[in-house]
Design a protein around this ligand. Structure first.
Ligand code: BTN
Length: 254
């Protein structure tokens, strides 16, 4: 039986053994008219993109590196971040189904034991207040040994195989994640984002914690209390409640 049983997400698969970035590949495919649900996939990225102008590196053949092109109907640009939260929920569902104890750090890092396993970068093309398309790029550290991480991230990063104590089947894991993404996006079409946001809240490692918010222009601390309907993080500070749309958040040790 085929691994992948989805109808939309992954129905068209663009595989390259090596590429610069699957987000770039998905955006080029989108401009050329690729359909909703197209997935760009690779074994190695030369210049993987991370959030906040950072990079993303993964040793060849050791991770899952893919980008999903979505063309949602009648969705506003401010809805895009919620698709990122959806992707994080999909990844966590697939990991927890394997007994792996992972959670989400706002907005969409998947962590275990305080170390990062998964990064997600969403990019969109919008015009006249309408979204043309969204590209959700996901990088998962799957079968990486501790010594394979660069020294500067060794303290901050981990892999699913280190967590599980054995290597994982990357094809089956990817198939399961694409399935969860498809299920969740069909749910969103039927009932909106509220159930996804609720599930995100339950899987969150950030809510209820004292956090440091490192924004582009300023840094502040407070208690992360909730996400709002747009997926923004609400932080209670000494001077009142702040709404955070794009920043780095570190969970402060108690
Ligand atoms: C982050 O945590 O900063 C986000 C990292 C996102 C990395 C993935 S790997 C597949 C896709 N292609 C890219 O260039 N980036 C994303």
């Amino acid at each position: 039986a085929p691994l992948l049983k989805t109808k939309i997400i992954g129905a068209k698969l663009l595989y390259k053994e090596e590429t610069r970035s699957t987000n770039e590949d998905a955006k080029i495919a989108a401009a050329e008219g690729a359909p909703d649900g197209t997935v760009a996939l690779t074994e190695f990225q030369g210049t993987g993109h991370g959030r906040l102008s950072r990079g993303w590196f993964c040793p060849k053949g050791k991770g899952i590196l893919f980008s999903v092109l979505l063309r949602p109907q009648n969705i506003l640009p401010q809805d895009a971040p919620k698709y990122t939260l959806l992707a994080a929920v999909a990844v966590v569902r697939a990991c927890r189904a394997r007994g792996l104890d992972v959670g989400i750090k706002w907005p969409n890092d998947v962590l275990a034991g305080g170390k990062k396993l998964v990064g997600i970068l969403t990019e969109m093309s919008a015009e006249m207040e309408r979204i043309h398309y969204i590209v959700i790029g996901t990088g998962i550290n799957v079968n990486i040994e501790a010594a394979e991480f660069a020294p500067e991230i060794r303290e901050k990063a981990t892999s699913l195989s280190l967590l599980a104590g054995h290597p994982l089947d990357r094809r089956q894991l990817l198939a399961d994640i694409l399935q969860e993404m498809e299920t969740l996006s069909l749910d969103v079409q039927a009932q909106g984002f509220a159930p996804v946001l609720d599930e995100w809240r339950r899987l969150s490692l950030t809510l209820g914690q004292e956090v440091r918010v490192i924004g582009v222009n300023e840094t502040f601390t407070g208690r992360a209390v909730d996400i709002d309907a747009d997926g923004a993080l609400l932080v209670d500070t000494e001077t009142g409640r702040r709404r955070v749309l794009a920043a780095d958040v570190s969970i402060r040790p108690a």
